[in-house]
Design a protein around this ligand. Sequence first.
Ligand code: AHR
Length: 503
Amino acid sequence: MKARAAIHRDFRIARIDDRLYGAFIEHMGRAIYSGIYEPGHPQADAAGFRQDVMRFVRDLAVPAIRYPGGNFVSAYDWKDGIGPQAERPVRLDLAWRSKETNQVGINEFAAWAEAAEIEMMLAVNLGTGTLQDAREFLEYVNHPGGTAWSDLRRAHGFEAPYGVKMWCLGNEMDGPWQIGHREAKDYGRVANETSKALKAYDPAIETIVCGSSHDEMPTYPDWEREVLEECYEKVDYISLHKYFGNNSRDTLNYFGKIEQTGRYIQTIGGVIDFVKAKKRATNDVHICFDEWNVWYHQRADDKARVKEWDWPEAPALLEETYNFEDALFVGGLLNEFIRCSDRVRIACIAQLVNVIAPIRAERGGPAWRQTIYWPYQMASLYGRGNALGVSVDAPTYNCRVADDVSYLDIAATLDTAEEVLTLFVLNRHPTEAAELDTGLTGFAAERIVFHRVLEGHDLRATNSAEQPDRIVPVEGHGAAVEDGRLRARLGSLSYHVIRIRVT
Ligand code: AHR
């Protein structure tokens, strides 16, 4: 198929917030225990953190990480996770019917995040927790000393405060499954008061109020309107979540969920604008898409297993094995986040290790990278700077979730410091290669400095502990800069990252 695209240096969507490539990790399954933390593992350091996992995490350049939940946080008492490890209580985790040993708490996690060079984004419990718990947590974490909670942290051996800037006001409070679920107005009021208290300590703190758990919730998008009407002036972000799947084995429809997500974001953008206008507010609220990923391969089995099991400790849960199709999907979804970066400032892949994650860590065994690791890594490394608008003229298709979907999905970023233009291109056509001709205006495009591609695999092919590098990006061919235009031949079902030196 023939396709044309046009990119102009001055058609800037937004300056991308680096936190668009954030991640999420929860106390559930084997995310923490035997994921990032496994004392006695041959790769563990003195503190018990797996260095093989740490290397893979560092290579992703994750800017921010949301912790400790998720559904878990809604019945979690952060005080269980401080002080001498031997004295910490074992608790029942009601969200995942598991046992929580509390061997990792805020101080251990902060040490891990610092070593991984990731900024923490902490969630407070607004399910069973109170405003008082939230403000005490903040004092323990951020206050230098001279108060009961900050001195307790120091007595625990952590002299320096952590200076955590991002605070999530609960998790998925719209969900009837959430421990302590509330109606929108009720939650909006609690979020308003909690945010007020956190900002009373430090006005520079950014708070994130819960939006919808997904766009098929019966309360969507009234939930966002009602919640924001209670707290708009006191919060900085509204969170959105969405998980994706292809149960019907309809690849084009699966890929159409990328467009559907764009609509989700634009709808909530409209709700934000509506509430802002209604309240005559002067502040802006952005979107924090703090849970997104593919989650369907294991979902039904896991749901059934969790109901039956007898409170196991760190069970294998939500351990999706991702295939090539999922990697293509994730590449396209990240393109949508780049295109919507004027609205979406923060986004978090959910999750980071073992649980619906790009990194798998076998208990006592090796760590390996899933197929989706690669598009996430390339977007994180190369998708920084300015997001540029791309006008694409390519054949389109209709599917159940969207109409007029272009077979070619393209996002572009301009790294002004390095003078590099990066194109992220997904060819979703099941059989046809694309002959792409892209006009580059406002740049002197010199040459391609990097071209990596994921292509040529069976859609169901996966990586595994035995074959960890079956699906990895390889050197791309068939692209060239000629007369200030990018011409490229992009195979069917392929994802490309093409970086061009420009002046
Ligand atoms: O990421 C897994 C779970 O999905 C989280 O705990 C919850 O917030 C969401 O429903």
